[in-house]
Design a protein around this ligand. Structure first.
Ligand code: RFL
Length: 387
């Protein structure tokens, strides 16, 4: 089998990339190790930034999101028993975020790709990348664990295969530097069948820890409480979790959390991670394969899309005008943007505390600036064309 761009991973990075390449007339094939049902059924992120909503619509994939998604125009911050509303729409000239779960985005992207005649091969195993330092890279894989080895020959390979995929590992260790910060706290996350308790997200800082009240759909709510990352989830009964949520979120003004059955819970260790470069020969890595930010800022999915928006423009310039600058710049995309990059390689910077966290937030904003500017430019160009 042969294609122009071989993509590993049908997560947000891989699927958005396939759509963007298709729009630019560039062929791709996606290889995904999980089944379609598994990909479409895994609940993860839920907050889409303004420009990602715009991109979904631009790609003709936003119809269900606009109908079923929920648009938030602000957030609430709570400390010292007081709630403060931050009006994001007012402060950002009308921007708002969509709460539309990642797995619903993936359903729309997969359906759209298949309707366009695109190829996504689910359930592959033994994915092996080779030849990325030659002009003829390829990906070997099996459609079934005991099936024959097949080869996808391509011009470029993109590892959009998440933190544990083979993409990043294919960059020889002598050419790869990894930076990591392990935070000294974890997040206990739950999904609960309960109605919405408040019309926007509440970030609460209370004396025995932080809590976030988020949402996925009108009937499914996502909550987090700060905990010891070494805690055993078995020690957190549903009653203890609900008690902690009430203690951290209720402020005695009559408002209270709506409870419901908890159907998923787990403790997530919080880490930030960066790998550079994001390119080696004809291999490019994108999204969680290259960088992880903790779910605190609802950033990971959006950064994954930001990466592939930049990469798709670079590939388009390479194919249509034989300009390689964009691909060269993608290699060092994280160099200036990410403060971990300026820290000791491989260091655990847990002892640095809050300033590092603030720096990481600034870096995440810097990383997502370029696609915002691209999106804004392409929007104003199409408006100009329409005049
Ligand atoms: P993904 O989504 O991990 O997709 C990678 C895909 O690659 C496949 N794969 C392979 N396929 C073939 N061969 C192999 N050898 C393979 N190895 C792996 C995997 O099966 C998978 O399908 O990476 P991508 O595309 O970079 O997307 C990143 C986002 O998924 C991630 O950053 C976000 O989910 C992070 N995140 C959040 N981001 C937000 O922007 N807003 C949020 O509100 C938000 N909440 C969250 C989150 C992540 C969470 N967890 C579980 C880490 C909440 C949570 C709890």
């Amino acid at each position: 089998m042969r294609t122009q761009v071989g993509i590993i991973g049908a997560g947000p990075a891989g699927l958005f990339l396939a759509h963007l390449l298709h729009r630019a007339g560039i062929g791709s094939v996606i290889l995904e190790s999980r089944s379609r049902e598994d990909v479409e059924g895994t609940v993860r992120a839920g907050v889409l930034e303004h420009w990602v909503v715009g991109l979904m619509n631009e790609l003709g994939l936003g119809e269900r999101m606009m109908r079923e998604g929920h648009f938030h125009t602000g957030i609430s911050l709570q400390w010292n028993g007081e709630r403060h509303h931050v009006d994001i729409q007012e402060l950002t000239d009308g921007k708002r975020v969509a709460v539309y779960p990642q797995h619903e985005v993936l359903k729309d992207l997969i359906a759209g790709r298949l309707a366009d005649g695109g190829t996504i091969i689910f359930g592959v195993s033994g994915t092996t990348i080779r030849g990325v330092d030659t002009d003829a890279p390829a990906i070997d894989f099996r459609r079934a664990p005991d099936g024959a080895v097949e080869t996808l020959a391509c011009d470029y390979v993109v590892g959009a295969d998440g933190f544990h995929g083979p993409g990043r590992q294919t960059i020889p260790s002598a050419h790869r530097t990894e930076y990591q910060k392990i935070y000294p706290f974890g997040w206990l996350g739950i999904l609960t069948h309960a109605p919405l308790s408040w019309h926007e997200l509440i970030y609460a800082n209370q004396h025995d820890g932080f809590a976030l009240m988020s949402t996925r759909t009108p009937d499914v709510q996502r909550m987090y409480i700060q905990c010891d990352p070494a805690d055993d989830i078995a020690a957190w009964s549903d009653a203890r979790i609900l008690d902690a949520l009430h203690a951290r979120l209720d402020i005695g003004d009559g408002w209270t959390l709506h409870e419901g059955p908890i159907f998923q819970k787990g403790i997530i260790p919080l880490r930030s991670f960066v790998c550079e470069p994001m390119q080696y020969g004809r291999l490019f890595i994108a999204g969680d394969a290259a960088h992880i930010v903790p779910p605190t800022g609802a950033k990971g999915l959006n950064l994954a899309v930001a990466d592939v928006l930049v990469l798709s423009r670079a590939l388009e310039a390479r194919y249509k005008r034989n300009i390689r600058d964009g691909l060269d710049r993608y290699r060092d995309r994280l160099r200036a943007a990410h403060p971990l990059r300026r820290s000791r390689p491989g260091a655990d910077l847990a002892d640095r505390g809050a300033p590092a966290g603030r720096e990481l937030c600034r870096a995440a904003v810097r990383l997502s600036q370029s696609p915002c500017q691209i999106a804004a430019r392409s929007q104003s160009a199409s408006q100009d064309r329409g005049r």
